[in-house]
Design a protein around this ligand. Structure first.
Ligand SMILES: *[C@@H]1O[C@H](CO)[C@@H](O)[C@H](O)[C@H]1NC(C)=O
Ligand SMILES: *[C@@H]1O[C@H](CO)[C@@H](O)[C@H](O)[C@H]1NC(C)=O
Ligand SMILES: *[C@@H]1O[C@H](CO)[C@@H](O)[C@H](O)[C@H]1NC(C)=O
Ligand SMILES: *[C@@H]1O[C@H](CO)[C@@H](O)[C@H](O)[C@H]1NC(C)=O
Length: 386
């Protein structure tokens, strides 16, 4: 009994607090009230290099792509390196543009203005903890950051907010969480890369990595997150790097590395089944699956329709040859050069895609049939709720 009335008085207190905050916002910020023209006021992003907008630097990211702070990274759009692993914008940048929000600033940039959201993504990140790789002697994992680390950063970020923002300390929901879009970018591809041809069974990685993503999402949902987009993995067997290091008889019907792609494909299947379980458990939340695999495959099989004429070769690299990729002299290293027209290439540096490809992918998520449920459903639900 005592417990119930205590909980109920907390709930009342929270409701009063929330109401007070809402009135405060309504009265004091006429511009912010123009909310109805923008579905979201803020985005929080997580993931690996494909979403990382500058949390890693040359010295902290994956070893092969250690020249990310050098020209010609960033040349196409920003005109200078921004520590993004591409020649320009990433999918999360195009998402922010479409929602009329500024580009999300990297969490580790302490001076960045984080009022419209934060980007926690970190190149080289894994779904499984770094310790898993250390304990299994999988030494390719040189990045001590995982999805759990990124959740820890989000918790730190919450604690850094002004206290009036944080009724969550009283276990009720805070607007900066319930109102935000959570973009969970690609995560897990590195887990497979680091354990490739190791003695750790693929099934073990698949089970643990998908569970880790689900645990992470559940933590966000428990905080009150209502709008979440979860990206699947793209066929990493089509990356220049994968093609370069595998025998030519290990190929699938896309002409990509079969042994790599089959593991990635199963991961996506398992993840989607587990997302269904999460949707049942949290029916008030909208959880989109952004089908990166099929969007990528669609473009890979119809490159000309999207302006691409090079699918496998890296735009930026050294030595030309079949793939223009040399592990010793990757993109950004002194002898490397970039192709004249990156927008005709799908692959940028051997391990990551061009801005042109990221732009097409985002368009297919937003307007195409590659989100489940569709992107328009997310936007209309958000607009209905105000
Ligand atoms: C809301 O946004 C529209 C379009 O951007 C603008 O014309 C209008 O003046 C804004 N209203 C307020 C109250 O800021
Ligand atoms: C966002 O994408 C939708 C769907 O393609 C489009 O109608 C809208 O104009 C885009 N908004 C912006 C600001 O680019
Ligand atoms: C951060 O950006 C927002 C919106 O662009 C702006 O209103 C606010 O003043 C900025 N905060 C700081 C500390 O610059
Ligand atoms: C990792 O390597 C250490 C030292 O060589 C060895 O003792 C240990 O059994 C290995 N662990 C696994 C999981 O292979």
């Amino acid at each position: 009994m005592a417990n119930i009335s205590f909980t109920s008085s907390i709930t009342k207190f929270c409701l009063i607090t929330i109401t007070a905050i809402l009135i405060f916002f309504t009265l004091s910020t006429a511009k912010a009230k123009n909310i109805s023209t923008k579905p979201f006021q803020r985005i929080y992003a997580f993931g690996d290099a494909e979403t990382d907008a500058g949390n890693t630097k040359s010295s902290t990211g994956p070893t092969i792509f250690r020249y990310v702070s050098n020209h010609p990274y960033g040349q196409t759009f920003f005109g200078h390196p921004t520590n993004r692993y591409s020649d320009g914008r990433l999918m999360i940048d195009f998402v922010a543009e479409n929602l009329s929000l500024p580009y999300l600033r990297p969490y580790l940039n302490e001076k960045a203005n984080k009022s419209h959201g934060v980007n926690f993504a970190f190149a080289g990140s894994t779904a499984l903890t770094h310790n898993f790789f250390v304990n299994n002697n999988l030494t390719f994992d040189t990045t001590p950051v995982s999805l759990q680390t990124q959740l820890g950063w989000f918790n730190e970020f919450e604690l850094s907010l002004p206290t009036f923002y944080r009724p969550s300390v009283l276990e009720c929901e805070a607007e900066y969480v319930t109102d935000a879009l959570f973009w969970v970018g690609e995560i897990g591809a590195n887990d497979y890369a680091y354990s490739y041809r190791s003695s750790v069974p693929t099934k073990t990685i698949q089970e643990l990595a998908t569970n880790s993503v689900i645990d992470f999402l559940q933590a966000l949902l428990n905080k009150g997150a209502k709008y979440i987009v979860v990206q699947g993995l793209h066929p990493t067997g089509c990356l220049t790097l994968s093609m370069e290091v595998t025998p030519t008889n290990d190929r699938d019907n896309m002409g990509c590395v079969a042994s790599v792609n089959s593991r990635i494909y199963s991961h996506n299947t398992i993840l989607q089944a587990k997302l269904n379980g999460l949707r049942e458990k949290f029916p008030q939340a909208i959880i989109l699956y952004a089908d990166y695999w099929n969007a990528f495959q669609h473009v890979f099989q119809n490159p000309g329709e999207y302006g691409f004429d090079e699918r496998f070769k890296a735009c930026c690299g050294t030595d030309g040859g079949t793939y223009n990729f040399n592990v010793l002299f990757p993109c950004g290293s002194p002898p490397s050069t970039a192709c004249d027209n990156p927008s005709k290439y799908i692959n940028w540096d051997g391990g990551h895609l061009t801005e042109a490809m990221y732009k097409v992918m985002t368009r297919l998520f937003i307007t195409g049939a590659f989100c489940d449920p569709p992107w328009s459903h997310l936007i209309s639900k958000k607009m209905q709720s105000g």
